[in-house]
Design a protein around this ligand. Structure first.
Ligand code: G4P
Length: 528
Protein backbone atom coordinates (compact mmCIF):
# COMPACT_ATOMS: atom_id res chain seq x y z
CA UNK A 1 0.00 0.00 0.00
CA UNK A 2 1.46 3.36 -0.91
CA UNK A 3 1.62 6.50 1.23
CA UNK A 4 -1.57 8.11 -0.11
CA UNK A 5 -3.57 4.91 0.30
CA UNK A 6 -2.34 4.63 3.87
CA UNK A 7 -3.62 8.13 4.59
CA UNK A 8 -6.95 7.48 2.90
CA UNK A 9 -7.72 4.46 5.01
CA UNK A 10 -7.22 6.15 8.37
CA UNK A 11 -10.04 7.40 10.60
CA UNK A 12 -8.96 9.09 13.82
CA UNK A 13 -11.76 10.12 16.13
CA UNK A 14 -12.86 10.62 19.71
CA UNK A 15 -15.99 9.58 21.58
CA UNK A 16 -17.39 12.20 23.92
CA UNK A 17 -20.31 12.20 26.32
CA UNK A 18 -21.59 13.22 29.68
CA UNK A 19 -20.46 10.59 32.23
CA UNK A 20 -22.63 7.48 32.24
CA UNK A 21 -24.19 8.04 28.82
CA UNK A 22 -22.33 4.94 27.65
CA UNK A 23 -19.04 6.09 26.12
CA UNK A 24 -16.99 3.26 27.62
CA UNK A 25 -19.58 0.70 26.62
CA UNK A 26 -19.75 1.99 23.06
CA UNK A 27 -15.95 2.05 22.79
CA UNK A 28 -15.78 -1.57 23.86
CA UNK A 29 -18.52 -2.56 21.46
CA UNK A 30 -16.79 -0.86 18.55
CA UNK A 31 -13.68 -2.85 19.42
CA UNK A 32 -15.79 -5.97 19.57
CA UNK A 33 -17.32 -5.40 16.14
CA UNK A 34 -13.92 -4.48 14.82
CA UNK A 35 -12.71 -7.89 16.00
CA UNK A 36 -10.10 -6.15 18.14
CA UNK A 37 -11.28 -7.91 21.27
CA UNK A 38 -13.12 -11.19 21.48
CA UNK A 39 -15.33 -10.45 24.41
CA UNK A 40 -16.46 -7.21 26.00
CA UNK A 41 -16.36 -7.36 29.75
CA UNK A 42 -19.47 -6.26 31.52
CA UNK A 43 -17.68 -2.95 31.39
CA UNK A 44 -19.15 -1.55 34.50
CA UNK A 45 -18.32 -4.40 36.78
CA UNK A 46 -15.57 -2.77 38.75
CA UNK A 47 -13.54 -5.92 38.70
CA UNK A 48 -13.28 -5.77 34.96
CA UNK A 49 -13.06 -2.03 34.83
CA UNK A 50 -9.84 -2.38 36.77
CA UNK A 51 -8.31 -4.38 33.99
CA UNK A 52 -10.05 -2.50 31.19
CA UNK A 53 -7.79 -1.83 28.27
CA UNK A 54 -7.99 1.93 28.61
CA UNK A 55 -6.97 2.10 32.26
CA UNK A 56 -3.36 2.88 32.95
CA UNK A 57 -2.96 4.72 36.17
CA UNK A 58 -3.11 3.58 39.72
CA UNK A 59 -5.18 6.54 40.68
CA UNK A 60 -7.72 5.75 38.05
CA UNK A 61 -8.04 2.23 39.35
CA UNK A 62 -8.50 3.60 42.83
CA UNK A 63 -11.18 5.99 41.90
CA UNK A 64 -12.77 4.12 39.04
CA UNK A 65 -12.79 7.25 36.95
CA UNK A 66 -11.35 7.24 33.50
CA UNK A 67 -8.51 9.67 34.15
CA UNK A 68 -6.35 8.59 31.28
CA UNK A 69 -6.87 9.40 27.66
CA UNK A 70 -5.67 6.46 25.73
CA UNK A 71 -5.59 5.31 22.17
CA UNK A 72 -7.26 2.22 20.82
CA UNK A 73 -6.56 1.23 17.24
CA UNK A 74 -8.00 -1.55 15.12
CA UNK A 75 -8.67 -2.52 11.53
CA UNK A 76 -12.21 -2.66 10.23
CA UNK A 77 -13.01 -3.35 6.58
CA UNK A 78 -9.42 -2.55 5.80
CA UNK A 79 -9.69 0.88 7.43
CA UNK A 80 -7.33 1.77 10.26
CA UNK A 81 -9.49 3.12 13.05
CA UNK A 82 -7.84 5.14 15.82
CA UNK A 83 -10.12 5.87 18.76
CA UNK A 84 -8.81 8.48 21.16
CA UNK A 85 -10.48 7.81 24.45
CA UNK A 86 -11.39 10.84 26.53
CA UNK A 87 -12.05 11.03 30.25
CA UNK A 88 -15.70 11.61 30.94
CA UNK A 89 -15.24 13.17 34.36
CA UNK A 90 -15.67 16.91 34.19
CA UNK A 91 -12.64 17.55 36.36
CA UNK A 92 -10.55 16.24 33.50
CA UNK A 93 -12.29 18.28 30.82
CA UNK A 94 -9.12 20.06 29.82
CA UNK A 95 -7.55 16.72 28.98
CA UNK A 96 -10.51 16.05 26.74
CA UNK A 97 -10.24 19.48 25.08
CA UNK A 98 -6.63 18.76 24.24
CA UNK A 99 -7.47 15.36 22.83
CA UNK A 100 -10.01 17.04 20.58
CA UNK A 101 -7.11 18.87 18.89
CA UNK A 102 -5.86 15.49 17.67
CA UNK A 103 -9.10 14.01 16.29
CA UNK A 104 -10.48 14.37 12.80
CA UNK A 105 -14.06 13.71 13.89
CA UNK A 106 -16.11 12.79 16.95
CA UNK A 107 -19.03 10.61 17.98
CA UNK A 108 -21.21 12.12 20.71
CA UNK A 109 -23.09 9.64 22.92
CA UNK A 110 -26.40 10.78 24.42
CA UNK A 111 -28.55 8.88 26.90
CA UNK A 112 -32.07 8.52 25.49
CA UNK A 113 -33.66 9.16 28.88
CA UNK A 114 -31.45 12.02 30.03
CA UNK A 115 -31.09 13.80 26.73
CA UNK A 116 -28.46 16.48 26.30
CA UNK A 117 -26.50 16.96 29.54
CA UNK A 118 -24.14 19.66 30.71
CA UNK A 119 -20.85 18.04 29.82
CA UNK A 120 -22.11 17.13 26.36
CA UNK A 121 -22.95 20.79 25.74
CA UNK A 122 -19.46 21.96 26.73
CA UNK A 123 -17.62 19.37 24.69
CA UNK A 124 -19.77 19.81 21.61
CA UNK A 125 -19.27 23.57 21.75
CA UNK A 126 -15.48 23.00 21.64
CA UNK A 127 -15.95 20.71 18.60
CA UNK A 128 -18.17 23.24 16.88
CA UNK A 129 -15.63 26.02 17.41
CA UNK A 130 -13.23 23.93 15.36
CA UNK A 131 -15.86 22.64 12.88
CA UNK A 132 -15.04 19.06 13.76
CA UNK A 133 -17.46 16.69 11.98
CA UNK A 134 -19.83 15.17 14.55
CA UNK A 135 -21.96 12.02 14.52
CA UNK A 136 -24.56 11.61 17.30
CA UNK A 137 -25.33 8.20 18.83
CA UNK A 138 -28.46 8.08 20.97
CA UNK A 139 -27.94 5.24 23.40
CA UNK A 140 -29.93 3.01 25.77
CA UNK A 141 -32.94 2.55 23.50
CA UNK A 142 -33.71 -0.60 25.48
CA UNK A 143 -34.87 1.75 28.25
CA UNK A 144 -37.81 4.09 28.38
CA UNK A 145 -36.67 7.48 27.23
CA UNK A 146 -37.67 10.61 25.40
CA UNK A 147 -39.53 10.53 22.13
CA UNK A 148 -37.11 10.36 19.18
CA UNK A 149 -38.37 13.56 17.57
CA UNK A 150 -38.24 15.44 20.88
CA UNK A 151 -34.67 14.29 21.33
CA UNK A 152 -33.66 15.39 17.86
CA UNK A 153 -35.19 18.78 18.67
CA UNK A 154 -33.28 18.95 21.93
CA UNK A 155 -30.02 18.10 20.17
CA UNK A 156 -30.68 20.89 17.67
CA UNK A 157 -31.67 23.43 20.33
CA UNK A 158 -29.11 22.74 23.03
CA UNK A 159 -26.15 21.69 20.91
CA UNK A 160 -26.87 23.84 17.89
CA UNK A 161 -26.50 20.86 15.55
CA UNK A 162 -28.32 20.30 12.27
CA UNK A 163 -29.46 16.73 12.72
CA UNK A 164 -29.94 14.19 9.95
CA UNK A 165 -31.26 10.87 11.27
CA UNK A 166 -29.52 8.01 9.48
CA UNK A 167 -31.26 5.42 11.59
CA UNK A 168 -34.60 5.48 13.36
CA UNK A 169 -35.89 3.45 16.30
CA UNK A 170 -38.93 1.20 16.15
CA UNK A 171 -40.42 1.63 19.61
CA UNK A 172 -38.40 2.09 22.75
CA UNK A 173 -37.81 0.59 26.18
CA UNK A 174 -40.10 -2.32 26.87
CA UNK A 175 -41.52 -1.92 23.39
CA UNK A 176 -38.23 -1.60 21.55
CA UNK A 177 -38.44 -3.65 18.38
CA UNK A 178 -35.48 -2.60 16.33
CA UNK A 179 -33.94 0.02 14.14
CA UNK A 180 -34.53 1.12 10.61
CA UNK A 181 -31.32 2.05 8.87
CA UNK A 182 -32.00 4.92 6.48
CA UNK A 183 -28.44 4.72 5.25
CA UNK A 184 -29.02 1.40 3.46
CA UNK A 185 -32.76 0.71 3.84
CA UNK A 186 -32.56 -2.25 6.20
CA UNK A 187 -34.31 -3.11 9.45
CA UNK A 188 -32.48 -4.79 12.28
CA UNK A 189 -34.73 -6.50 14.79
CA UNK A 190 -33.90 -6.13 18.44
CA UNK A 191 -33.01 -9.23 20.37
CA UNK A 192 -31.53 -8.80 23.76
CA UNK A 193 -29.10 -11.67 23.75
CA UNK A 194 -25.45 -11.99 24.53
CA UNK A 195 -24.14 -8.63 25.57
CA UNK A 196 -20.51 -9.66 25.48
CA UNK A 197 -20.04 -11.12 22.04
CA UNK A 198 -21.27 -10.22 18.58
CA UNK A 199 -24.50 -12.16 18.29
CA UNK A 200 -26.67 -12.64 15.27
CA UNK A 201 -29.65 -10.33 15.15
CA UNK A 202 -32.06 -10.62 12.25
CA UNK A 203 -31.65 -8.24 9.42
CA UNK A 204 -34.57 -7.47 7.11
CA UNK A 205 -33.31 -6.27 3.79
CA UNK A 206 -35.92 -3.62 3.08
CA UNK A 207 -39.02 -1.94 4.47
CA UNK A 208 -41.11 -3.63 1.81
CA UNK A 209 -40.27 -7.20 2.90
CA UNK A 210 -43.48 -8.91 4.08
CA UNK A 211 -41.63 -10.46 7.00
CA UNK A 212 -41.31 -7.04 8.59
CA UNK A 213 -45.02 -6.84 9.37
CA UNK A 214 -45.14 -10.29 10.87
CA UNK A 215 -42.04 -9.55 12.94
CA UNK A 216 -42.93 -6.23 14.48
CA UNK A 217 -46.72 -6.20 14.09
CA UNK A 218 -48.95 -4.10 11.88
CA UNK A 219 -49.34 -1.11 14.14
CA UNK A 220 -45.58 -0.75 14.73
CA UNK A 221 -44.98 -0.99 11.00
CA UNK A 222 -47.63 1.66 10.26
CA UNK A 223 -46.18 3.93 12.88
CA UNK A 224 -42.67 3.46 11.53
CA UNK A 225 -43.83 4.41 8.05
CA UNK A 226 -45.52 7.55 9.35
CA UNK A 227 -42.45 8.52 11.31
CA UNK A 228 -40.17 7.94 8.37
CA UNK A 229 -42.37 10.13 6.24
CA UNK A 230 -42.00 12.86 8.81
CA UNK A 231 -38.24 12.32 8.96
CA UNK A 232 -38.00 12.76 5.19
CA UNK A 233 -40.16 15.88 5.28
CA UNK A 234 -38.54 17.61 8.22
CA UNK A 235 -34.84 16.77 8.01
CA UNK A 236 -32.45 17.52 5.19
CA UNK A 237 -31.07 14.57 3.31
CA UNK A 238 -27.57 13.57 4.16
CA UNK A 239 -24.78 15.27 2.30
CA UNK A 240 -21.26 14.09 3.03
CA UNK A 241 -19.51 17.35 2.24
CA UNK A 242 -21.87 19.27 4.51
CA UNK A 243 -21.18 16.76 7.27
CA UNK A 244 -17.43 17.02 6.68
CA UNK A 245 -17.55 20.79 6.96
CA UNK A 246 -19.26 20.44 10.35
CA UNK A 247 -22.60 21.84 9.16
CA UNK A 248 -24.72 18.67 9.22
CA UNK A 249 -24.82 15.98 11.89
CA UNK A 250 -25.90 12.40 11.25
CA UNK A 251 -27.78 10.71 14.11
CA UNK A 252 -27.90 7.00 14.97
CA UNK A 253 -30.00 5.22 17.58
CA UNK A 254 -29.08 2.06 19.44
CA UNK A 255 -28.14 0.31 22.61
CA UNK A 256 -24.43 -0.09 23.15
CA UNK A 257 -24.93 -2.48 26.04
CA UNK A 258 -26.96 -4.78 23.82
CA UNK A 259 -24.62 -4.48 20.82
CA UNK A 260 -27.49 -2.95 19.01
CA UNK A 261 -27.19 -0.31 16.35
CA UNK A 262 -23.43 -0.29 16.87
CA UNK A 263 -22.59 -2.07 13.64
CA UNK A 264 -24.80 0.32 11.64
CA UNK A 265 -22.92 3.18 13.24
CA UNK A 266 -19.52 1.67 12.53
CA UNK A 267 -20.33 0.71 8.92
CA UNK A 268 -21.53 4.19 8.13
CA UNK A 269 -18.71 5.79 10.08
CA UNK A 270 -15.97 4.11 8.04
CA UNK A 271 -17.71 5.25 4.84
CA UNK A 272 -18.32 8.88 5.71
CA UNK A 273 -15.89 9.95 8.45
CA UNK A 274 -13.01 12.18 7.39
CA UNK A 275 -9.54 10.95 6.55
CA UNK A 276 -6.66 12.77 8.31
CA UNK A 277 -7.09 16.50 7.89
CA UNK A 278 -4.67 19.37 7.31
CA UNK A 279 -3.59 21.33 10.37
CA UNK A 280 -2.75 24.98 10.74
CA UNK A 281 0.52 26.07 12.26
CA UNK A 282 1.69 29.58 13.05
CA UNK A 283 3.66 29.52 9.82
CA UNK A 284 1.33 27.75 7.34
CA UNK A 285 -1.23 24.99 6.89
CA UNK A 286 0.29 21.53 6.72
CA UNK A 287 -1.35 18.91 4.55
CA UNK A 288 -1.15 15.22 5.49
CA UNK A 289 0.08 14.36 1.99
CA UNK A 290 3.30 16.32 2.40
CA UNK A 291 6.38 14.12 2.34
CA UNK A 292 8.11 15.71 5.29
CA UNK A 293 7.07 14.48 8.72
CA UNK A 294 5.36 16.75 11.21
CA UNK A 295 3.40 16.02 14.37
CA UNK A 296 2.53 17.43 17.76
CA UNK A 297 2.21 16.31 21.37
CA UNK A 298 -1.38 16.40 22.62
CA UNK A 299 -1.02 14.25 25.69
CA UNK A 300 1.67 13.16 28.11
CA UNK A 301 1.07 10.13 30.17
CA UNK A 302 3.22 9.66 33.18
CA UNK A 303 4.67 6.66 34.82
CA UNK A 304 2.76 3.82 33.29
CA UNK A 305 5.13 1.74 35.32
CA UNK A 306 5.53 3.42 38.71
CA UNK A 307 8.95 1.78 39.15
CA UNK A 308 10.38 3.78 36.26
CA UNK A 309 9.93 7.47 36.05
CA UNK A 310 9.33 7.42 32.33
CA UNK A 311 6.59 9.21 30.54
CA UNK A 312 4.87 8.56 27.28
CA UNK A 313 4.29 11.51 24.98
CA UNK A 314 1.42 10.96 22.54
CA UNK A 315 2.15 12.45 19.13
CA UNK A 316 -0.42 12.87 16.41
CA UNK A 317 1.23 12.43 13.01
CA UNK A 318 0.04 15.35 10.85
CA UNK A 319 2.09 14.85 7.67
CA UNK A 320 4.66 12.51 6.16
CA UNK A 321 5.75 9.37 7.94
CA UNK A 322 7.25 8.95 11.36
CA UNK A 323 9.97 6.31 11.36
CA UNK A 324 11.88 4.57 14.09
CA UNK A 325 15.49 5.67 14.71
CA UNK A 326 15.29 8.68 12.38
CA UNK A 327 16.30 12.02 13.91
CA UNK A 328 13.50 14.60 14.09
CA UNK A 329 13.61 18.22 15.10
CA UNK A 330 12.13 19.09 18.49
CA UNK A 331 11.20 22.62 17.45
CA UNK A 332 10.95 24.23 20.91
CA UNK A 333 14.38 22.93 21.95
CA UNK A 334 15.80 23.29 18.44
CA UNK A 335 17.46 19.92 18.78
CA UNK A 336 17.29 16.62 16.95
CA UNK A 337 15.98 13.57 18.73
CA UNK A 338 15.52 10.02 17.56
CA UNK A 339 13.41 7.32 19.05
CA UNK A 340 14.35 3.67 19.15
CA UNK A 341 11.07 2.33 20.44
CA UNK A 342 8.06 4.36 19.33
CA UNK A 343 4.83 2.69 20.39
CA UNK A 344 1.70 2.09 18.41
CA UNK A 345 -1.46 1.34 20.35
CA UNK A 346 -3.95 -1.39 19.74
CA UNK A 347 -7.04 -2.34 21.62
CA UNK A 348 -5.33 -4.90 23.77
CA UNK A 349 -1.64 -4.05 23.56
CA UNK A 350 0.98 -1.55 22.59
CA UNK A 351 3.89 -2.48 20.40
CA UNK A 352 6.97 -0.98 18.81
CA UNK A 353 6.24 0.31 15.34
CA UNK A 354 8.63 1.10 12.47
CA UNK A 355 6.52 3.52 10.46
CA UNK A 356 3.42 5.57 11.31
CA UNK A 357 1.24 7.56 8.93
CA UNK A 358 -0.81 10.75 9.17
CA UNK A 359 -3.74 10.20 11.52
CA UNK A 360 -1.79 7.74 13.64
CA UNK A 361 -0.84 8.28 17.24
CA UNK A 362 2.68 7.37 18.30
CA UNK A 363 3.74 7.03 21.91
CA UNK A 364 7.30 8.20 22.57
CA UNK A 365 9.20 7.41 25.72
CA UNK A 366 10.24 10.67 27.26
CA UNK A 367 12.42 11.63 30.15
CA UNK A 368 11.21 15.21 30.34
CA UNK A 369 11.84 16.65 26.88
CA UNK A 370 8.26 17.15 25.91
CA UNK A 371 5.38 19.25 26.98
CA UNK A 372 1.88 19.49 25.63
CA UNK A 373 1.75 21.33 22.32
CA UNK A 374 5.36 20.62 21.29
CA UNK A 375 5.97 20.12 17.57
CA UNK A 376 8.30 17.53 16.00
CA UNK A 377 9.27 17.82 12.33
CA UNK A 378 11.71 16.54 9.73
CA UNK A 379 13.52 19.86 10.05
CA UNK A 380 11.10 22.69 9.31
CA UNK A 381 10.42 25.30 12.00
CA UNK A 382 6.67 24.78 12.46
CA UNK A 383 4.60 25.58 15.53
CA UNK A 384 1.18 23.94 15.52
CA UNK A 385 -1.60 26.04 16.90
CA UNK A 386 -4.69 25.16 18.78
CA UNK A 387 -3.73 23.77 22.17
CA UNK A 388 -4.66 26.74 24.34
CA UNK A 389 -4.89 26.73 28.12
CA UNK A 390 -8.28 27.71 29.48
CA UNK A 391 -8.72 29.65 32.67
CA UNK A 392 -8.84 27.15 35.54
CA UNK A 393 -11.87 27.10 37.84
CA UNK A 394 -10.06 26.41 41.11
CA UNK A 395 -6.92 28.02 42.47
CA UNK A 396 -4.78 27.18 45.50
CA UNK A 397 -1.35 28.10 46.78
CA UNK A 398 0.88 25.05 46.75
CA UNK A 399 3.38 24.77 49.63
CA UNK A 400 6.26 22.44 50.35
CA UNK A 401 5.46 20.40 53.45
CA UNK A 402 8.85 18.71 53.71
CA UNK A 403 11.82 21.11 53.54
CA UNK A 404 14.17 18.20 52.81
CA UNK A 405 12.33 17.47 49.57
CA UNK A 406 12.20 20.91 47.95
CA UNK A 407 14.01 19.72 44.83
CA UNK A 408 11.74 16.73 44.36
CA UNK A 409 8.70 18.92 44.79
CA UNK A 410 9.81 21.45 42.27
CA UNK A 411 10.70 18.77 39.73
CA UNK A 412 7.41 16.98 40.34
CA UNK A 413 5.36 20.12 39.92
CA UNK A 414 7.26 21.00 36.76
CA UNK A 415 6.67 17.64 35.16
CA UNK A 416 3.03 17.40 36.16
CA UNK A 417 2.40 20.80 34.63
CA UNK A 418 4.17 19.76 31.40
CA UNK A 419 1.75 16.86 31.27
CA UNK A 420 -1.09 19.35 31.53
CA UNK A 421 -2.50 17.97 34.77
CA UNK A 422 -3.01 21.54 35.98
CA UNK A 423 -1.61 25.02 35.41
CA UNK A 424 1.02 26.73 37.46
CA UNK A 425 1.14 30.47 38.04
CA UNK A 426 3.96 32.26 39.84
CA UNK A 427 3.02 35.51 41.54
CA UNK A 428 5.13 38.38 40.26
CA UNK A 429 5.28 40.09 43.60
CA UNK A 430 6.61 37.35 45.84
CA UNK A 431 7.24 34.27 43.69
CA UNK A 432 4.59 32.18 45.45
CA UNK A 433 3.29 29.30 43.39
CA UNK A 434 -0.39 28.86 42.59
CA UNK A 435 -1.93 25.75 41.06
CA UNK A 436 -5.04 26.19 38.94
CA UNK A 437 -7.26 23.25 38.03
CA UNK A 438 -10.51 22.57 36.21
CA UNK A 439 -11.91 20.43 39.01
CA UNK A 440 -11.18 20.03 42.69
CA UNK A 441 -10.27 16.38 42.15
CA UNK A 442 -7.03 17.34 40.44
CA UNK A 443 -5.63 18.74 43.69
CA UNK A 444 -5.88 15.23 45.15
CA UNK A 445 -4.36 13.73 42.01
CA UNK A 446 -1.41 16.12 42.19
CA UNK A 447 -0.84 15.53 45.90
CA UNK A 448 -1.03 11.77 45.41
CA UNK A 449 1.29 11.73 42.44
CA UNK A 450 3.84 14.07 44.00
CA UNK A 451 4.07 11.76 46.95
CA UNK A 452 4.05 8.43 45.08
CA UNK A 453 6.11 9.35 42.06
CA UNK A 454 8.44 12.06 43.36
CA UNK A 455 8.56 11.42 47.09
CA UNK A 456 7.49 15.01 47.79
CA UNK A 457 4.85 16.22 50.20
CA UNK A 458 2.78 19.29 49.46
CA UNK A 459 -0.11 21.07 51.07
CA UNK A 460 -2.50 23.66 49.77
CA UNK A 461 -3.79 26.98 50.96
CA UNK A 462 -7.02 28.46 49.74
CA UNK A 463 -6.92 31.44 47.49
CA UNK A 464 -9.73 33.52 46.19
CA UNK A 465 -9.43 33.76 42.42
CA UNK A 466 -12.37 33.94 40.08
CA UNK A 467 -10.63 33.72 36.70
CA UNK A 468 -7.17 33.83 35.17
CA UNK A 469 -6.99 36.18 32.20
CA UNK A 470 -4.26 36.36 29.59
CA UNK A 471 -3.51 39.91 28.55
CA UNK A 472 -3.24 41.55 25.19
CA UNK A 473 -2.19 45.17 25.03
CA UNK A 474 -3.74 47.17 22.20
CA UNK A 475 -1.52 49.41 20.07
CA UNK A 476 -0.83 52.79 21.73
CA UNK A 477 -2.01 51.58 25.13
CA UNK A 478 1.37 51.15 26.75
CA UNK A 479 0.69 53.82 29.40
CA UNK A 480 -2.62 52.15 30.29
CA UNK A 481 -0.68 48.93 30.70
CA UNK A 482 1.92 50.51 32.98
CA UNK A 483 -0.85 51.97 35.17
CA UNK A 484 -2.63 48.65 35.24
CA UNK A 485 0.51 46.77 36.28
CA UNK A 486 1.11 49.18 39.13
CA UNK A 487 -2.46 49.12 40.39
CA UNK A 488 -2.86 45.35 40.13
CA UNK A 489 0.66 44.20 41.01
CA UNK A 490 -0.71 41.88 43.73
CA UNK A 491 -2.81 40.00 41.19
CA UNK A 492 -0.28 39.49 38.43
CA UNK A 493 1.37 36.17 37.78
CA UNK A 494 3.44 34.43 35.12
CA UNK A 495 2.23 31.18 33.56
CA UNK A 496 4.48 28.32 32.47
CA UNK A 497 4.98 29.85 29.04
CA UNK A 498 6.16 33.09 30.62
CA UNK A 499 2.96 34.93 29.68
CA UNK A 500 1.55 37.53 32.03
CA UNK A 501 -1.77 36.60 33.64
CA UNK A 502 -4.22 38.66 35.68
CA UNK A 503 -5.84 36.72 38.52
CA UNK A 504 -9.16 38.45 39.04
CA UNK A 505 -10.66 37.77 42.46
CA UNK A 506 -14.27 38.26 41.38
CA UNK A 507 -16.42 38.77 38.30
CA UNK A 508 -17.03 42.30 39.53
CA UNK A 509 -13.31 43.14 39.80
CA UNK A 510 -12.75 41.78 36.32
CA UNK A 511 -15.55 43.88 34.91
CA UNK A 512 -14.33 47.02 36.66
CA UNK A 513 -10.75 46.45 35.55
CA UNK A 514 -11.87 45.89 31.97
CA UNK A 515 -13.78 49.13 31.85
CA UNK A 516 -10.98 51.06 33.56
CA UNK A 517 -8.33 49.86 31.09
CA UNK A 518 -9.98 49.66 27.68
CA UNK A 519 -6.58 49.36 26.02
CA UNK A 520 -6.08 45.89 27.46
CA UNK A 521 -7.96 42.82 26.29
CA UNK A 522 -8.55 40.18 28.95
CA UNK A 523 -8.63 36.72 27.34
CA UNK A 524 -10.02 33.58 28.98
CA UNK A 525 -7.61 31.37 27.02
CA UNK A 526 -3.87 31.55 26.48
CA UNK A 527 -4.12 31.52 22.67
CA UNK A 528 -5.78 34.47 21.05
P1 G4P B 1 -19.51 6.38 30.41
O1 G4P B 1 -18.26 5.73 29.91
O2 G4P B 1 -20.13 7.31 29.42
O3 G4P B 1 -19.37 6.99 31.75
O4 G4P B 1 -20.63 5.24 30.57
P2 G4P B 1 -20.50 3.67 30.67
O5 G4P B 1 -20.20 3.08 29.34
O6 G4P B 1 -19.62 3.32 31.79
O7 G4P B 1 -22.02 3.30 30.98
C1 G4P B 1 -22.73 3.84 32.07
C2 G4P B 1 -23.86 2.90 32.50
O8 G4P B 1 -24.80 2.79 31.43
C3 G4P B 1 -23.42 1.49 32.79
O9 G4P B 1 -24.31 0.98 33.78
C4 G4P B 1 -23.67 0.75 31.49
O10 G4P B 1 -23.85 -0.64 31.66
C5 G4P B 1 -24.97 1.41 31.09
N1 G4P B 1 -25.25 1.33 29.66
C6 G4P B 1 -24.45 1.61 28.61
N2 G4P B 1 -25.11 1.38 27.46
C7 G4P B 1 -26.34 0.98 27.77
C8 G4P B 1 -27.49 0.60 27.01
O11 G4P B 1 -27.50 0.59 25.79
N3 G4P B 1 -28.60 0.24 27.72
C9 G4P B 1 -28.64 0.23 29.07
N4 G4P B 1 -29.78 -0.15 29.65
N5 G4P B 1 -27.58 0.58 29.83
C10 G4P B 1 -26.45 0.95 29.18
P3 G4P B 1 -24.05 1.01 35.37
O12 G4P B 1 -25.35 0.80 36.04
O13 G4P B 1 -23.26 2.23 35.74
O14 G4P B 1 -23.14 -0.19 35.59
P4 G4P B 1 -23.60 -1.73 35.62
O15 G4P B 1 -24.29 -1.91 36.91
O16 G4P B 1 -24.51 -1.92 34.43
O17 G4P B 1 -22.32 -2.45 35.47
Amino acid sequence: MNFLEEIKRRRTFGIISHPDAGKTTLTEKLLLFGGAIQEAGAVKSNKIKKAATSDFMEIERQRGISVATSVLAFLYKDKKINILDTPGHKDFAEDTYRTLTAVDSVIVVIDVAKGVEEQTEKLVSVCRMRNIPIIVFINKLDREGKDAFDLLDEVEQKLGLTTVPLSFPIGMGYDFKGIYNLWNDTVRLFVSESKTTVGKSSLIKSLSEPILKSSIGESAKDRLEEELELVREVYPSFDRDTYLSGQQHPVFFGSALNNFGVQELLDCFVDIAPTPQPKTSEERTISPQEDAFSGFVFKIHANMDPKHRDRLAFIKVVSGTFARNVPYLHVRHNKKLKFSSPNAFFADKKEIVDVSYPGDIVGLHDTGNFKIGDTLTSGEQIHFKGIPSFSPEHFRYINNADPMKAKQLSKGIDQLMDEGVAQLFTLELNGRKIVGTVGALQFDVIQYRLEHEYGAICNYENLNVHKACWLEVQPNSESDFIDFKQAKAKFLAIDKQGQLVFLADSAFTLQMTQSKYPGIIFHATSEF
